[in-house]
Design a protein around this ligand. Structure first.
Ligand code: PLP
Length: 380
């Protein structure tokens, strides 16, 4: 039995997604920019997908720009917002961003931008007073993660947007891990830019979207054809966009009961792990979190060793962000939260999905108990 608890890294594409994509590799291969009938049929499907993605966040379809995924959306949002306000040289982000924001702002700092990283508390919640304090006349953008990919901790997006709006500063939210798990409504939330990624919500990899509110100050960062309102040139990845549309529609119709049952399974998992394994600590458990993510630190153990033994027994989880695994350093997220290094070194992220079953959770707990016991004996 293989148990997949790494849904924050990527999710299983829905059967309906895969089926919807098929024809666009076979007969419907025309370029959506071509004026002939085949091209126009494909264009129609791209626009239907755009409508579905827009509905997921209650946007107008004209506010959705398709990209190659979360990373590209983020780069376009941040660089595009800076490019549109060339006199402003200051950017605010948080200490717990995904590497797609983190590495980008490192680069921007080398290019001469001033970057402030707002701290988080012990549970991973953004310090909103510090955010407001850091805003100056020179600030072009506030870019923060909505649901943290390592802990699932949610940022109070409403408060962030209200604070930024008071100072006339644009806001970009990295909603890659929150869209489809918590409702996001751009008619209610005064946000300017949202980054989305299809493969985190049971869609295909290599496709995402940037929501751009009307009148947002944004310039393109790549140049070529006139696609995607001149903001993202290049022939559209039609099969992936169609698949994204189907995944978005499915996420949109996901009943609150499904979200509730993922949450109940996650909460029961944590409670049982804590009861069975005295050296286990839930990280960020005191904050508001998305329904599916559980980050558990095992005192005095190394995450890599735990993961290897779990994987040998068919349990797929991850140590912090998938892309930073392989390093022995605790992740920047856990460091920013001030998690005790004895716990942070042994932190494992378990991320569930709507396909996770109670049997899989039972199996994971049994295996985890055995693995932790074995490693604990080894460290003495
Ligand atoms: N932002 C967050 C919070 C993520 O978790 C990820 C992916 O793990 C990304 C951005 C990047 O998305 P993509 O893999 O689509 O480039």
């Amino acid at each position: 039995m293989v148990v997949y608890l790494d849904n924050n890294a990527s999710t299983r594409p829905l059967v309906s997604v895969v089926e919807a994509m098929g024809p666009f590799f076979r007969a419907e291969y025309a370029n959506p920019s071509s004026p002939h009938r085949l091209g126009q049929r494909v264009r129609y499907e791209v626009e239907c997908a755009r409508e579905k993605v827009a509905q997921l966040v209650n946007a107008a379809s004209g506010e959705i720009i398709f990209t190659s995924g979360g990373t590209e959306s983020i780069n376009l949002a941040v660089r595009g917002a800076l490019g549109a306000q060339p006199v402003k040289r200051h950017l605010i982000t948080s200490a717990v961003e995904h590497s797609s924001v983190r590495r980008l702002v490192e680069r921007l700092a080398r290019e001469g931008y001033r970057v402030d990283e707002v701290a988080v508390d012990h549970e991973g919640r953004l310090d909103l007073a510090m955010l407001e304090d850091r805003i100056t006349e020179d600030t072009a953008l506030v870019s923060v993660i909505h649901a943290n990919n390592e802990t699932g901790v949610l940022t109070d997006a409403r408060r962030v947007c209200e604070i930024a709006a008071r100072h006339g500063v644009q806001v970009h939210l990295d909603t890659v891990q929150s869209v489809g798990k918590v409702p996001i409504d751009v008619k209610e939330l005064p946000v300017d830019l949202l980054s989305l990624s299809a493969h985190k919500l049971h869609g295909p990899k290599g496709v995402g979207a940037l929501y751009v509110r009307k009148r947002t100050r944004l310039t393109p960062v790549t140049f070529g054809g006139r696609q995607e309102r001149d903001l993202r040139p290049g022939t559209e990845n039609v099969p992936a966009i169609v698949g994204f549309g189907v995944a978005a529609a499915e996420a949109m119709h996901l009943r609150p009961e499904v979200i509730g049952s993922i949450r109940r399974l996650r909460d029961a998992f944590e409670a049982r792990v804590l009861a069975a394994i005295p050296i286990a600590h839930v990280i960020g458990g005191g904050a508001e979190r998305v329904c599916n993510t559980s980050n558990i630190g095992f005192e005095r153990l190394q995450a890599e060793a735990i993961l290897i033994l779990l994987s040998e027994r068919g349990i797929c989880a991850s140590a912090g962000a998938a892309c930073s695994s392989g390093s022995l350093e605790p992740s920047h997220v856990l460091k920013a939260m001030g998690v005790n290094p004895r716990i942070a070194h042994g932190a494992i992220r378990f991320s569930l999905s709507r396909f996770t079953t109670a049997d899989e959770i039972d199996r994971t707990i049994d295996v985890l108990r055995e693995v932790i016991e074995r490693l604990s004996t080894a460290v003495g």
